[in-house]
Design a protein around this ligand. Structure first.
Ligand code: ATP
Length: 237
């Protein structure tokens, strides 16, 4: 097998029979899921369906499921949340470099900021950035670590519609260039279809629909299938 083919098919995340309950209430109910290296996957589901719970488990942030052998994930994982989580008392470049060492770290940090369109803002304070800029900085902080897996939990949820569209372009471009596996949690069906090559719908604690997206095909087809899976009627009359 050619090396690039192998890289695309090897699962970077492997989940078998993963369950998670809180106070006797089951949120994830025996999830089976492989995320191949380099694939861009979106995870849709109603509020409270367990999307963030699954993402946190994969990120290793949920000690309730850690270490039970049902989940393997790569070592180099970056997570982006709805708010940038930049440290307000550190300048933008220092935020990007946080925890990084090595001689070329600063150079890489500057390059990452340039890549997300923040070249020249290295010495700004996070409080001086707009919401979109702060999310760009958060993306730079993630990418500079060269993650095998990028987990994003509604990263554009707090942005206005125009900024959101620009961020979609940016994220897709960054993904093409760096090719981490991406798992994007979103409640936005269109965002999922525009960005991802595969869309999962989480329902009743399981993956209810697993849909491959062909970007050459009309988006409406996918939209209807996903809305139906989510039990949403589009026409408000
Ligand atoms: N640490 C916790 N303790 C108790 N219950 C929790 C905890 N974390 C999540 N839950 C519950 O698990 C369910 C799923 O939550 P989760 O945040 O994963 O949903 P979600 O699909 O990401 O929702 P949203 O789209 O609203 O962000 C919710 O009912 C939530 O209250």
């Amino acid at each position: 097998m050619a090396p690039h083919t192998e890289q695309l098919t090897r699962p970077t995340v492997r989940i078998r029979g993963l369950s998670r309950s809180f106070g006797g209430r089951t949120v994830l109910d025996g999830i089976d899921l492989d995320l191949p290296a380099g694939q861009f996957t979106a995870l849709l589901g109603h509020s409270g369906s367990g999307k963030s719970t699954l993402l946190r488990a994969i990120a290793g942030l949920d000690h309730g499921v850690a270490g039970d052998g049902r989940l393997t994930a790569p070592e180099r994982v970056s997570v982006v949340f709805q708010d940038s989580r930049l440290l307000p008392w550190r300048r933008v470049l220092a935020n990007v470099l946080l925890g990084l060492d090595g001689k070329d770290a600063e150079e890489r940090g500057r390059a990452a900021l340039t890549e997300v369109g923040l070249g020249g803002r290295e010495r700004a304070w996070p409080g001086e950035l707009s919401g979109g800029e702060a999310q760009r900085a958060a993306l730079a902080r993630s990418l500079v670590r060269e993650p095998e897996l990028l987990l994003a939990d509604e990263p554009f949820g707090a942005l206005d519609a125009l900024t959101r569209i620009r961020m979609h372009h940016l994220l897709r471009e960054l993904w093409k260039r760096h090719r981490p596996a991406v798992l994007l949690v979103t409640h936005d069906v269109d965002e999922a279809i525009v960005l991802a090559d595969r869309v999962l719908v989480l329902e009743e604690g399981r993956i209810g629909l697993d849909l491959a997206i062909d970007h050459g095909r009309p988006r409406d087809e996918y939209r209807s299938r996903l809305l139906a899976a989510l039990g949403v009627t589009e026409d408000a009359g």
